[in-house]
Ligand binder design. Structure first.
Ligand SMILES: [Zn+2]
Ligand SMILES: [Zn+2]
Length: 238
């Protein structure tokens, strides 16, 4: 694990995603200041036009989400840097939407968090029977992340090693997928996130993946906080 002397709090969710604590955004900022952090980056689960997916804000809430951090940026400008981001799945059918988000100039970070993937016929893998979904998940997620990286629209990949959660023990195939992903991230100057939340769940965090990451790659710690006190976990890494 790389250590840094600047405490950056990265990957924080908000109440809008409907599975995080029901607290004001400012509470996270206050906690980050208390912990001596120099920055805090919010990356809530991104909405999509038409609200086709659950566990996230509605698209209608996006302007308010962005506005909230613009206010906090201003209010705390001399105390801590507040950054606005989104954690978002790369789904080729929404290419125009990612471009709009990028062009808006309102986001400091667009992070791929590939929790599911899209097929060419515009269906999604979460419709597959459980056993089939588990068998195909790693390959499908890897392909989607690779395609997303190549668009040049994203700066970070959240928990890249989580894609292997159903794969059991580490094998050659997983190593090849990892190497391809790591190589592509390096080529496109994309940061790989070591997710603290993944470390708490069996098979979500794969040290075999991180052992393949060269020192020239960009990596960073992400807390994946869904409540204010989780920000304290950053203490263990500084
Ligand atoms: Zn979440
Ligand atoms: Zn997250």
């Amino acid at each position: 694990m790389k250590k840094s002397n600047q405490k950056d709090i990265f990957h924080v969710h908000t109440y809008r995603c409907r599975h995080a604590a029901n607290v004001a955004d400012e509470m996270y900022v206050k906690k980050a200041i208390e912990l001596g952090a120099v920055s805090i980056t919010f990356t809530d689960h991104a909405p999509f036009p038409g609200n086709p997916f659950g566990n996230r804000m509605d698209i209608q809430q996006l302007p308010e989400y962005l506005q909230s951090f613009n206010s906090l940026k201003e209010k705390y400008q001399n105390v801590i840097e507040v950054k606005t981001g989104l954690e978002i799945e790369y789904l080729p059918g929404f290419q125009y939407y990612y471009e709009c988000l990028k062009k808006s100039g309102q986001l400091d970070v667009m992070m791929i968090g590939q929790h599911f993937y899209e097929y060419a016929d515009n269906s999604y893998n979460f419709s597959l029977p459980r056993e089939e979904l588990q068998k195909k998940e790693a390959g499908g997620l890897c392909k989607a992340v690779m395609a997303g990286m190549k668009t040049g629209l994203f700066q970070v990949i959240a928990h890249p090693d989580r894609m292997f959660r159903y794969c059991g023990s580490w094998d050659k195939g997983m190593e090849q997928m990892s190497e391809e992903l790591i190589k592509t991230a390096l080529k496109y100057d994309i940061t790989l996130e070591q997710n603290l939340s993944s470390m708490k769940t069996a098979d979500y965090y794969r040290h075999e993946f991180w052992d393949l990451v060269p020192v020239s790659s960009k990596t960073r710690i992400g807390i994946d906080a869904h409540e204010v006190n989780q920000l304290e976990e950053i203490e263990e890494y500084y």
